[in-house]
Design a protein around this ligand. Structure first.
Ligand code: ATP
Ligand code: GMP
Length: 434
């Protein structure tokens, strides 16, 4: 496990691998490990540059993700092929992206639960998916299916916006029996997306996701939900609110999804409202940067030394140096908020915004895992004088998430092609003290 945030050597584990005393202790007590587990829809992103007219012709709504009927999906594909519009093919799925990024950042294991074509042909989409996924992602539990994985036509218009059109293939055929309980032992978090419940009523995926939640609860693993696209939420807002209350520790969303869920346009107010239902919120807001909200115990709160920010909640970032906790673990819960503007104002040239939100979430999940890892290995550390959800403060997680999003904005693919640059071994110099 590489540690997040300030990435100087002291933040790496093991601290001193060559020390004979440390080696002896390790031999007697090998480091406890942890991993991230996720349930995903296995899909490949097929990227093409199109104009607004193309979106209108195929009745697609700009910026969103829609599932197409098989015929319509085929028609769209033929048009892309005919005009030679396809420019790239990448493994996709919001959960696959998040797990892959996590494995790259933490240099550690994640487990993907999903489907994979059993008769895999070299050069097929399934083959490409596997070839371009981090080797730290454990794919051994994938359920074989007879047919293709999903395709996500990622249509980029001139304004840089991406619109998704999905040909689902077998992506929703994951069965609850293919979600093994052993994948949840020692897991740091379970990550799911709202996309998992928008299949046909006969698709087993929704029950597979519920089975995963059941295992996660049994093993005291926090459930993290990313909201995917606003349409999935708008259609049944009340259902989602109940779902959050019952199952979810942390929700990740962008400002549109946040508005669909809470009715609030302002991401800070939306995040605050979501705290009525969950313990922690990550809300990305494109060029406005991102917000986090959560709870800490009054006795453990820490004041920010950064400028206090105006907003609908005045000086909302006052306690952003605190570390997130579950509300039920706080004697006197205090709400904490933090915000960060895009890293260095955003890249000079944004290659593609696809995956920027997934990248932010993977950084947060990395920080949560680092906490679990540290706690298992150094339980008496002062870092664990409270039952915290993450290793770093709200403020530092915001900076880290933002930094990772930036990396995805500067590249074409939705998944990190490498970790953060080693050269920038202290974020303080490059960023904090800008
Ligand atoms: N135009 C932009 N300029 C600067 N930074 C940006 C821009 N768009 C996104 N970002 C950065 O990326 C982060 C995540 O972006 P965004 O809110 O667009 O995610 P998203 O809509 O969930 O993306 P996706 O669903 O494709 O993963 C933002 O918090 C911000 O740091
Ligand atoms: N699982 C899943 N991922 C999607 C869907 N629509 C878009 N995405 C993914 O969202 C990612 C960006 O967040 C892209 O890489 C897409 O693959 C969907 O319906 N289901």
């Amino acid at each position: 496990m590489k540690f997040p945030g300030q990435r100087k050597s002291k933040h790496y584990f093991p601290v001193n691998a060559r020390d004979p005393l440390v080696a002896q202790i390790q031999h007697d007590n090998p480091f406890a490990r942890t991993h991230l587990v996720g349930v995903g829809q296995t899909i490949v992103d097929i990227e093409a540059r199109v104009d607004d007219d193309f979106l209108n012709r195929h009745s697609l709504s700009k910026g969103h993700s829609l599932v197409l009927d098989e015929d319509k999906a085929e028609q769209l594909y033929q048009e892309l092929k005919e005009h030679d519009l396809i420019s790239h093919e990448y493994p996709g799925d919001t959960i696959g992206n998040t797990l892959h990024n996590y494995s790259v950042l933490a240099d550690d294991k994640s487990i993907l639960l999903g489907v994979m074509s059993q008769d895999l042909k070299i050069g097929s989409y399934a083959y490409r998916y596997l070839c371009n996924t981090s080797c730290r992602m454990d794919l051994d539990y994938l359920q074989p299916v007879d047919g293709p994985i999903g395709r996500c036509y990622t249509l980029i218009t001139e304004d840089g916006e991406r619109t998704f059109a999905i040909n689902e293939g077998q992506m929703n055929q994951l069965r609850p029996e293919s979600v093994p309980e052993c994948a949840f032992e020692n897991a740091s978090a379970l990550v799911l997306s709202s996309y998992l419940v928008r299949g046909k009523v006969t698709d087993p995926m929704k029950n597979a996701a519920l089975k995963a939640i059941e295992h996660a609860k049994k093993h005291d693993v926090p459930v993290v939900l990313t909201l995917g696209t606003k349409y999935v939420i708008e259609d049944k807002k009340e259902w989602w609110i109940e779902f959050l209350k019952e199952h979810v520790t942390c929700v990740a969303m962008n400002e549109e999804e946040a508005e669909a869920l809470t009715g609030e346009k302002d991401p800070l107010i939306a995040a605050d409202k979501a705290l009525d239902w969950v313990d922690m919120v990550l809300c990305t807001a494109g060029p406005v940067g991102l917000y986090m909200a959560g709870y800490t115990d009054d006795a453990l709160k820490r004041e920010s030394t950064l400028p206090l920010l105006p907003g609908h909640i005045p000086e909302f970032n006052k306690y952003e140096f605190s570390r997130p906790m579950m509300k039920t673990d706080c004697k006197n819960p205090v709400r904490v908020y933090s915000h960060i503007a895009p890293y260095l104002g955003g890249p000079v040239e944004i290659k593609n915004t696809n995956g920027a939100g997934d990248a932010a979430l993977s950084a947060l999940l990395h920080d949560m895992s680092a906490n679990r890892y540290h706690k298992a290995n150094v339980p008496n550390s002062g870092k664990h004088n409270g039952k915290f959800l993450s290793y770093s403060s709200f403020s530092q997680i915001c900076q880290y998430s933002n930094r990772v999003s930036y990396e995805v904005l500067t590249q074409h693919a939705p998944r990190l092609s490498r970790g953060l640059p080693e050269r920038e071994d202290c974020l303080e110099e490059a960023y904090w003290e800008r």
